[in-house]
Design a protein around this ligand. Structure first.
Ligand code: FES
Length: 152
């Protein structure tokens, strides 16, 4: 009598192979995601930002490129604000036509001066220290928060 041929693929071997595939897929998915989330690409290398362009009085907020820092001059002096939403940290966009800041993530709205008007944002946009140099350039220290009334 002839015996049935036994398969090399036992149920246990198939399950092991399945688990190995699941673990490999998880590693291949999670590793790039963790690398992306921990990227320091969009973080400032230094908290100091220099703004060299002329800043006319009452010209509205001007972007100090690549640092989420905006500057403005009014009758009392120069101020700087960081356009990072106080809810979860998205970059807020300035809408000069409406004179307000709007967060694209969860729709928080801030008024012209960065005070929250609606949405989940708990606080005003951060004002940071500005030093007005004799040559007219601005040295902005994004690591030093100041009050809304502070001017250089
Ligand atoms: S991160 Fe801006 S409203 Fe949530």
């Amino acid at each position: 009598m002839r015996m049935p041929k036994q398969s090399l693929w036992t149920r246990r071997a198939v399950l092991r192979l399945g688990w190995a595939g699941i673990i490999a897929s998880a590693v291949l998915t999670v590793q790039p995601l963790m690398r992306y989330l921990s990227s320091k690409e969009d973080r400032l290398k230094s908290p100091l930002v220099i703004y060299n362009s002329p800043l006319a009085e009452n010209s509205g907020w001007q972007s100090a490129a690549a640092a989420r820092v905006w500057v403005k001059r009014d009758a009392l002096g120069v101020m700087a604000m960081v356009a990072t939403c106080t809810h979860l940290g998205c970059e807020v966009n300035y809408h000069a036509d409406k004179k307000e800041w709007i967060c694209p993530c969860h729709a928080s709205v801030y008024d012209e001066e960065g005070r929250p008007v609606s949405g989940p944002a708990p606080r005003a946009l951060a004002r940071v220290a500005v030093d007005l140099k004799p040559n007219g350039s601005l040295l902005i220290n994004t690591s030093k928060q100041v009050g809304m009334d502070t001017r250089a």
